[in-house]
Ligand binder design. Sequence first.
Ligand SMILES: [Zn+2]
Length: 200
Amino acid sequence: MVSALGQLPGVGPKTALRYVYHLLKQPRQETERIARHLLSLAELIKICPRCFSFSQSIPCDICRDPNRVPGLLCVVEESRDIATFEDTGVFKGYYLVLGGTLNPIEGITPDVLHVRDLEDRLKAEPAIEEVILALSPTASGETTMLYLARRLSGGAGSGSAGQPLGRRVTRLARGLPIGASIEYADEVTLGDALRGRRSA
Ligand SMILES: [Zn+2]
């Protein structure tokens, strides 16, 4: 149990051990309740085949919503970022979860991320006019946005088979703290950054 919990982000062996002792002190039904929740995560939550976010319904509620703006596609790092952008109330388009940012040293290359899926979606949906790169302004986030901007906007080396995808590619306005994660941005700052987006 300690080694299983120790694999969670931000949880070291000592914290894991604290959790285990805490759980041991709980009534049996409380431990069972947590266990059921853990199981239902694996059983109920799927990955939306269109945007790659976690969802209980396939496709997810956002992908199924016909009232969103079909011309806007927002590329985020992780599924959790969608909730952060939805909280701003500013963005009404659709999303695609990239699955991380480029980091070749850790083996995160374009083929590990949903880069090809993003290109396939742009080819399949000519209605998408603008791709908003809403990745965190960290070193690897910046590298990834530069890489995607080149591939998607139709410049040299764009498109997987050489054909330009020719989309308008934008990124969030400055104002987000450099090096900070989208995950921790407040909705006002994020809403402003969305409204003031600029060419990537
Ligand atoms: Zn979806």
